[in-house]
Ligand binder design. Structure first.
Ligand SMILES: Cc1cc2nc3c(=O)[nH]c(=O)nc-3n(C[C@H](O)[C@H](O)[C@H](O)COP(=O)(O)O)c2cc1C
Length: 305
């Protein structure tokens, strides 16, 4: 028996199980070749780069900078648009490779239209990016009201599961999570990057072309754990944890805070073996501590008992 369950299909009658270790949005998930490579390297699910209705160039460079063992990015939602992306995705066998399509739009009607198009491609779920900290959509997941409007706009028009990606920059992340739940979300994804910047001390100006970017990697980890812990105390829907996970110990800690599944982004840039290393380490931990499955440790450290 495997100690680590994976996500099962979404055919009618089969319950969607949210578990395992997934590729986070924005890292390698844009070409058919990279999606397939990540899956065959051990990711249970691949979340695509966030896709919009139209092609988008993104912010001027530099778009990446390192700071304090973390990564700052201001990519600016560069993507080929849903039509071109659907051509790319058509070469992947989606019944073999579980793909979640991440989408964004700054208007509710645009998001709903895009969600219908994306759902027609038969992904396991949609992930609504309401929270990129360096683009027009950055404010949506700061507001429970706006979050509710966007999520409801989508859940009203599609049948596939809907995940909602929220931001650690929100002052009331529990309110935002509850709004997503009320609007019919199947899970929340916590968290996107933290608004941050770096300044070049010789040029005396911001390093990133967009000045402000999003912080990911190790320094984000304790912030993500706090957000997940808070959300788990209030929400009934599952939480998909993301932010700074690079080892099996991080993964166990995030499960204990309340994450049912975990996404990995920045540390994938160090090598794709991270998925298998985390799975092996978590499985050994579970066996040593006499648990049968990760589901038994989800939220064990949390306030909801
Ligand atoms: C270069 C880069 C691009 C990203 N692009 C997206 C994106 O398109 N959509 C999205 O929802 N999140 C995006 N993210 C955020 C990640 O999915 C993730 O939430 C964040 O990086 C925290 O996880 P990590 O520390 O494991 O990377 C991006 C992150 C990075 C580093």
């Amino acid at each position: 028996m495997s100690l680590l369950p994976v996500v099962v299909g979404t055919e009618p009658g089969i319950k969607l199980e949210i578990a395992g270790y997934w590729l986070a949005s924005g890292i390698l998930g844009v070409s058919a070749a990279s999606i397939s490579r990540v899956y065959h390297s051990g990711a249970d699910v691949v979340v695509t780069k966030s896709i919009g209705r139209h092609p988008r160039r993104g912010h001027p460079g530099p778009i990446l900078a390192e700071s304090h063992n973390g990564l700052l990015n201001a990519v600016g939602l560069t993507n080929p648009g849903i039509e071109e992306f659907s051509r790319e995705l058509s070469s992947i066998n989606l019944s073999e490779i579980p793909v979640v399509i991440s989408i964004f739009d700054e208007k509710v009607e645009g998001m709903a239209e895009l969600a219908i198009q994306a759902c027609d491609l038969n992904p396991r779920a949609l992930e609504l990016n309401l929270s990129c900290p360096h683009a027009e959509i950055s404010q949506i997941a700061h507001s429970p009201e706006l979050t509710h409007e966007f999520v409801k706009g989508v859940t009203d028009v599609v049948d596939c599961p809907v995940f909602v990606k929220i931001t650690p920059n929100a002052s009331n992340i529990i309110g935002v999570g509850l709004a997503a739940q009320r609007a019919g979300a199947d899970a929340v994804v916590a968290v996107n990057t933290l608004r941050a910047m770096k300044i070049d001390i010789l040029q005396r100006r911001p390093v990133l072309g967009n000045a402000v970017g999003g912080l990911s990697g190790a320094p984000l980890f304790p912030v993500a754990v706090r957000c997940i812990y808070d959300l788990h105390s209030a929400l009934d829907i599952p939480i998909i944890g993301v932010g700074g996970v690079s080892t099996w110990k991080d993964a166990v800690e995030m499960h204990l805070a309340g994450a049912s599944a975990i996404q990995i982004g920045t540390s994938v840039m160090e090598g794709l073996e991270v998925f298998r290393e985390i799975k092996t380490g978590v499985a050994e931990y579970l066996a040593r501590e006499e648990f049968q499955s990760t589901s038994e440790i989800v939220g064990l450290a949390g306030g909801k008992r």
